[in-house]
Ligand binder design. Structure first.
Ligand SMILES: [Zn+2]
Length: 394
């Protein structure tokens, strides 16, 4: 009996999550289109939709003109009853944002800091920024989501290591935020947040198996398997920046030798450009990308070499996972069309042809930072899965 009860609860929450996710993914949803998408009868769909409307999560709004017959009402997520606070902690900046339930940005602030800053001081600033963005919403705040760099242990909520920025393991981000704001707090690795944004927020998305690759000063990935972020046993899945491609290679901060990110981060690009150009000073990445776009041979050679390593690492994940799509994000994509054409060329070289043929290769198309949006979606997903009664409670 108990098992059946759990199954029913899970099924109910799963249905609610699926409805909310479909409303994120597709415009012009109606009871009829949702029933069709979820393979439910219209009566069964009405039974699920009505409590969501009563709770204020969903609104039934304007009419869709289908051209003939009865016009169904359009279902949308409520615009002003709930909001979500989300943020990002990165190696040299922090962001705090407020979003509507629909994922629309209400307000965002960011702050940069230098590499000598202590995590405790940065976190104090971050908490003040969260406090500040909260002032921009008068609706019920569901929770706070924070994107953090990996490796991140999702079960103990511990940031194990931010390469180049030690000491974050001393800060209990979740406990301190919950204590100060009295709201549920959900942390997630930044690349997983990016993957969640792609899964939930890009319109007309039908991809459920996604490899989302971020490469800047560090390299990581978020893996979506069958519509869910894949965490692995302790949450380190997707840490492919620390996958060694050379056991005799240089020592990495993680203790291993020859980690992929030593070869294809933006640091590696700056270093390689310096070597090839013979310049005395480090030329920063934005300048290298400007040169790449102008057709500068040395900049293109350095970038090409770094991307070859990145593609080599990606090929291993893609061969293992066989995803629908691989999406690249973050600063390494800054070379524009040269980036995409080079990655396609090397992925074609390194992948099995049957896998390459059906693989969609893209650069993330979000205008803002998809990681923060994903941190907000993570709050919604986790609340729908585990604390739905808290959402609808007054
Ligand atoms: Zn490493």
């Amino acid at each position: 009996m108990k098992a059946r009860g759990i199954n029913r609860t899970f099924q109910k929450e799963n249905n609610i999550k699926q409805i909310i996710q479909l409303l994120y993914r597709f415009d012009n949803c109606s009871r009829v289109s949702l029933a069709k998408e979820m393979n439910l009868t219209q009566a069964a769909m009405t039974k699920r939709i009505n409590p969501l409307i009563e709770s204020g999560l969903i609104e039934e709004v304007s009419l869709i003109d289908t051209g003939s017959g009865r016009k169904p009402k359009q279902l949308k997520l409520a615009s002003n009853k709930f909001s979500i606070i989300a943020g990002r902690i990165n190696r040299d900046y922090v962001i705090a944002s407020a979003f509507t339930l629909r994922g629309e940005l209400i307000h965002e602030i960011s702050s940069t800091f230098d590499k000598d800053s202590q995590p405790e001081a940065v976190f104090e600033t971050f908490k003040d920024m969260v406090c500040e963005v909260m002032r921009y919403t008068s609706s019920k705040i569901l929770g706070i989501g924070v994107a953090v760099p990996g490796p991140f242990n999702v079960f103990t909520n511990t940031v194990t290591l931010i390469s180049g920025f030690a000491g974050w393991n001393r800060v209990d981000i979740k406990a301190e935020l919950e204590s100060r704001f009295g709201l549920p707090v959900f942390l997630e690795q930044d690349a997983n947040c990016g993957a969640l944004a792609e899964l939930w927020c890009r319109k007309d998305n039908r991809y459920n198996d996604i490899v989302y690759v971020t490469a800047d000063r560090g390299v990581g990935s978020g893996l979506v398997v069958d519509g869910r972020v894949y965490h692995g046993h302790v949450g380190y899945a997707g840490e492919f920046g620390h996958m060694s491609i050379n056991y005799d290679g240089p020592l990495c901060e993680c203790g291993n030798h020859g980690c992929l990110e030593l070869y294809c981060s933006t640091n590696a690009l700056e270093k390689r450009y310096k070597e090839l150009s013979g310049s005395d000073a480090i030329v920063k990445v934005p300048e290298i990308f400007r040169l790449v776009k102008e057709g500068d041979r040395i900049a293109r050679d350095a970038y090409d070499e770094i991307l070859k390593y990145l593609a080599f690492g990606c090929a291993s994940i893609v061969n293992v996972m066989n995803p629908d799509v691989i999406i690249f994000a973050d600063k390494i994509t800054g070379g524009g069309e040269f980036f995409l054409s080079t990655m396609r060329r090397y992925l074609k070289q390194f992948l099995m042809s049957e896998i390459y043929t059906d693989l969609v290769i893209e650069v993330s198309r979000f205008a803002g930072d998809p990681t923060v949006l994903g941190a907000s979606v993570n709050v919604l997903e986790r609340m729908l899965e585990t604390k739905f009664s808290d959402i609808i409670a007054d």
